[in-house]
Design a protein around this ligand. Sequence first.
Ligand SMILES: *Cc1c(COP(=O)(O)O)cnc(C)c1O
Length: 376
Amino acid sequence: MTIPFNKPYMTGKELWYISQAHHNMQLSGDGPFTKKCHEWLEQNTGCKKALLTHSCTAALEMAAILADIQPGDEIIMPSYTFVSTANAFVLRGGVPVFVDIREDTLNIDEHLIEAAISPKTKAIVPVHYAGVGCEMDTIMEIANRYNLLVIEDAAQGIMASYKGKPLGSIGHMGTFSFHETKNITSGEGGALLINDERFIERAEIIREKGTNRSKFFRGQVDKYTWCDIGSSYLPGELIAAFLWAQLEEAEGITHRRLSLWKEYHQAFSVLEKMDVIHRPVVPVESIHNAHMYYILLQSQDKRSAVMQYFANVGINAVFHYVPLHNSPTGIKYGGSSSELPITNNLSGRLLRLPMWIGLSMEQQNFVVDSFREAYK
Ligand SMILES: *Cc1c(COP(=O)(O)O)cnc(C)c1O
């Protein structure tokens, strides 16, 4: 048996919508499918404005421009995250200041944020790891007190919520990813969610190469011109058509992932009681979206041994992230407000298990049984 780590799920309507976009003869961005996706995102998150982008990375870059990050400005974020969280700000000359994570959710430890604030701090970027919300009430309270912007990296957070509020809709801005490995996908893709109206007009301009093209097409200006810095951040209609097929089924997709997640969670409960592993923790405030199932092993050596065993029996399990504060570029451009013991420790012990719609009960049992065998 070979069990891949991920398999993209197709709803079956993707090609049909792509053929409609083909038929419409509008292939560049912001056509009818992009509008449908924008409306869906606005309705389902409550954000004031949603804009599709090429990727979550692109959405984070837009957010960094909108936050007006200047060289030397500091941005507080976890080190335990994907590179784009930091890279988007480094591109503007910003300095990521890495803060340790919580042992339970692996999200930024909200209690360590205040100590990391300096006169140069501009923004806080919480990352909702595994689609489990950060402690946003505390983070927003700190941000308001110090007049900082909050940009949620909700790359993994679509269809998940914190205290009833959809992830990505709580900070001033939020970002989603539709990469193939995420719950809802268009291969590559993303979105910027804007919750603070002040940023809407400029976001449209930045996304359209620094021009007021969007206003021109709405008939609000009679010619369009270069009016700000920007880039080409909007995806074409074929991507939006594909994405629309997925967004339409977002609820079903989330539901099916949640049942796979619960299977693993149940199956690993005994091993947790024996203290062999730790399972993910979802605080009561959070409704998650089963973006991933991970377990924490006792040591990095144990993880290597299990991964070796898995490889031999055909199970593809993976780990991430190399903490950014230990990476060559993180060392070059970033700083840490203190030691990051939990990040260093947990990142060496985390293992992600295969998780995709279509994974059978038999395959899940095989993963769990193989884990037990590997541990003997
Ligand atoms: C996947 C991911 C990204 C990047 O998303 P892309 O759409 O591939 O650019 C950024 N941050 C986090 C936390 C992610 O998981």
